[in-house]
Ligand binder design. Structure first.
Ligand code: ACO
Length: 163
């Protein structure tokens, strides 16, 4: 099992993982238009952390958009394929995403609009509905969205998320 950091940079492995992730998000996030999912995944300002089994099989992932000058990223999509849910992949995936976001993108916070049925998952991963980041640091940078609960996850500056 590996946790890969990928964006649409022309690397054929990255393209393969991003296409597989698009299919998982399309199934697992039925309220999101498929064309919107595809557009953000292909957009070069987004990054994905992909759970890969046996080198090729994509089990799930998280796609986020970093706002480097503001020190945070918005998590756009997060999902694990149905037969592999509730086995611990989602928790490990979030830890790896925090690790990459800190190391590769130098971020301190995540924000996300969590679907109501995913608030429990994000809470287990340390996210809160109280936003501690100063409002001027994020307000206006991400779109308001009615269909979910805005949650914040602070990325600890030194904690080892992965072992
Ligand atoms: N409600 C409450 N708790 C949950 C939920 C939930 N829906 N899902 C997982 N958990 C808990 C688990 O019980 C577990 O707790 P534990 O550590 O005490 O055992 C912990 O969260 C981690 O569980 P995992 O098995 O690691 O989670 P999983 O691999 O199933 O991944 C995920 C969670 C990504 C939400 C997955 O179930 C999924 O893809 N669901 C459908 C799509 C979805 O809802 N995605 C999020 C939409 S919001 C967004 O994308 C911004």
């Amino acid at each position: 099992l590996s946790f890969q950091y990928a964006c649409n940079d022309g690397d054929p492995h990255h393209s393969m993982w991003i296409i597989a992730l698009k299919n998982i998000f399309s199934r697992q996030l039925p309220n999101m238009p498929k064309a919107y999912i595809a557009r953000l995944l292909m957009d070069r300002s987004h990054r994905s952390v992909v759970v890969v089994r046996h080198g090729t099989q994509v089990v799930g992932g998280i796609t986020y958009r970093p706002f480097h000058s503001q020190g945070f990223a918005e998590i756009a999509f997060c999902a694990v394929t149905a037969p592999e849910q509730v086995k611990g992949f989602g928790a490990r995936l979030m830890n790896w995403t925090k690790e990459y976001a800190r190391k590769q993108d130098n971020l301190q916070y995540f924000l996300t609009y969590a679907d109501n049925n995913a608030v429990g998952y994000f809470t287990k991963q340390g996210f809160t509905t109280g936003i501690t980041m100063p409002k001027e640091q994020w307000h206006g940078w991400i779109k308001d969205y009615d269909g979910g609960t805005l949650m914040e996850g602070r990325i600890h500056p030194t904690l080892a998320f992965t072992r």
